[in-house]
Design a protein around this ligand. Structure first.
Ligand code: SF4
Length: 230
């Protein structure tokens, strides 16, 4: 049996599940091998609330690039306290790699793919090496490469799960209200999607959710969802 067939088979118990049902089923099937990935951005509270409902001790991996908005750092602390998350792992790039590969701290401008690779993809790849399942908050309504995201998909030798894949904007808003979740302070300032400070712009009402990310360039993803790294 080749690896592709084996991975497809691994999805079968979870097909048709979403939300907390999916997270619960994955956590039961792979104890100690499931982690969530979060940017603690505009809609992060909805996924993290589901994780906390299932098991607040599930690891949450989050990249701290050193370029995040101060509001995101405050919001991260606020959400962790509010939800009672017990194992949030803040991932930072290697100082020696920063020194060697971005001595002028301008890589975000000269080569943003390389900057994301250094500050997000590599720390996330290292931190997730021992996990079988990575859960994230991608949703189809965000469009672009996310328009056809599946709730469970093969990811190299791992499984990726997107419990909110089928959620629409109204579902997200409903979850915020129903669960009384705190909001990222930049949302009301016009940021419906929030990454690093120098690469995120506010967007006008009605514009695509992620249009303020790397605005004016062809780049649409940081890379941690783009291709299997392990
Ligand atoms: S989002 Fe911008 S600043 Fe952040 S890691 Fe990527 S290129 Fe660098």
């Amino acid at each position: 049996m080749n690896a592709a067939i084996s991975i497809r088979d691994e999805r079968e118990p979870f097909l048709g599940l979403h939300g907390t049902d999916l997270i619960r089923a994955l956590a039961a099937a792979y104890p100690g091998k499931v982690a969530a990935i979060s940017s603690f951005g505009a809609e992060a509270a909805v996924l993290l609330d589901m994780v906390a409902v299932v098991d607040p001790s599930l690891p949450v991996l989050t990249a701290d690039t050193g370029c995040l908005f101060p509001e995101t750092l405050e919001y991260r602390n606020c959400l962790v306290r509010h939800l009672g998350l017990q194992d949030v792992r803040i991932l930072t790039p290697e100082p020696s790699q920063l020194y060697c590969r971005d001595p002028g701290k301008d890589l975000w401008w000269t080569d943003p793919d390389a900057c994301c690779q250094l500050r997000k993809v590599e720390p996330m790849a290292w931190a997730s090496r021992d996990f079988k399942v990575l859960i994230d908050g991608r949703k189809r309504f965000h469009g672009g490469g996310r328009a056809d995201v599946e709730a469970v998909s093969p990811w190299g030798v791992k499984l990726k799960a997107a419990p909110l894949a089928a959620f629409g904007p109204e579902d997200i808003e409903h979850a915020f209200i129903k669960r009384n979740l705190p909001r990222h302070p930049l949302v009301t300032a016009g940021y419906p999607s929030i990454g690093c400070e120098q690469c995120t712009s506010p967007v006008a009402a009605g514009e695509p959710v992620r249009s303020g990310r790397w605005a004016g360039s062809a780049k649409t993803e940081c890379g941690i969802h783009k291709s299997p790294w392990l």
